[in-house]
Design a protein around this ligand. Structure first.
Ligand code: NAP
Length: 275
């Protein structure tokens, strides 16, 4: 797979140990979407409303979600700042903006959302560990690219793909947070009657059209980040997100339709008017 080496079009030595490591991590994330799609054809996504007798026990919901997601910004930060053995450019203002986008997303995801959630179901150990594993590699390849290997001069800030990508990222971030807020509100009476208030039909905003608008916006967010950074790791992350969340959204959509007879028939799973 040498043709995929990110160093092919740069001045980096393809035999440098760190370039080799980064390439290997990149190869794994090329395979991930294939693994995710094959997995989704055989199993249901194994957490939340779809979790069904997943072996090896569970981790408390809020704590587990916080640990699993906090790994990503921590590894990204380390990869961004730890110096490299290769001759690489110093981070620029543009690189710091990408770092800021990543941290904004993950501080919200791992701390603010968890803190604001009335309740999160325990996470089975297998998706918990897989999430940590995924976030370590993903944080490493993206942080290393933006902070060390990529070259982002100030002029990048005025490029069409930076402006378009950041706009799409922000649109995705806002839509994702708005949708997560609606799901959280469904649980506001959770302590009163746990069983009755566990899952309800979400209504409002994008939920009038989609069962999983939060996933639609998440994919939009990382596609925007990929366009803005124009980097192989970021495009792979966007692809992995889509290959993970599209099958899960289809399964959740199906779950809603079989669980609630009054579920609105006009809704799509994840892509407006299409899927
Ligand atoms: N980048 C990626 O690859 C990736 C992967 C996964 C998730 N994410 C993002 O992480 C966030 C959370 O994802 P998730 O997979 O946990 O989403 P989710 O399954 O929709 O659940 C989100 C939260 O809302 C609750 N909930 C969901 N539907 C509900 C309903 N109908 N009634 C009441 N409560 C409901 C869930 O309950 P439970 O606690 O019972 O599950 C959970 O606490 C999303 O914004 C998603 O986009 C990103």
């Amino acid at each position: 797979m040498e043709f995929l080496s990110f160093a092919n079009h740069t001045h980096y030595d393809v035999q440098d140990p760190e370039v080799l490591l980064l390439n290997r991590v990149v190869y794994f994330y090329v395979l991930f979407p294939v693994i995710a799609i094959v997995f989704s054809c055989v199993f249901t996504s194994p957490y939340g409303m779809l979790a069904n007798n997943v072996p090896l026990g569970t981790v408390p919901g809020k704590l587990g979600w916080m640990i699993m997601e906090a790994v990503s910004p921590i590894v990204y930060l380390l990869s961004f700042f730890v110096t490299s053995s290769t001759q690489s450019p110093q981070p620029t203002l543009t690189s710091y903006i990408f770092l800021g986008l990543w941290l904004t997303h993950y501080i919200n995801r791992s701390f603010i959302t968890v803190w604001r959630s009335p309740y999160r179901s325990p996470i089975p150990v297998i998706p918990f560990l897989s999430g940590i594993f995924f976030n370590i590699g993903n944080g490493y390849m993206n942080g290393r690219w933006v902070g060390v290997f990529g070259y982002y001069p100030k002029s990048h800030l005025l490029s069409g793909h930076f402006l378009l990508g950041v706009s799409i990222f922000l649109l995705g971030l806002i839509g994702n947070i708005q949708s997560d807020n609606i799901l959280m509100k469904l649980r506001s009476n959770y302590h009163v009657d746990k069983e009755k208030n566990k899952y309800k039909i979400p209504y409002g905003l994008y939920f009038n059209y989609l069962s999983c608008p939060h996933y639609f916006f998440e994919i939009l967010e990382w596609s925007g980040y990929a366009i803005a950074t124009n980097s192989i790791p970021a495009f792979l992350f966007a692809l992995c997100t889509a290959s993970n969340l599209i099958p899960r959204a289809i399964q959740i959509h199906q779950w809603y339709k079989t669980t609630f007879i009054q579920y609105p028939t006009s809704r799509k799973a994840i892509i407006p008017l299409i899927l």
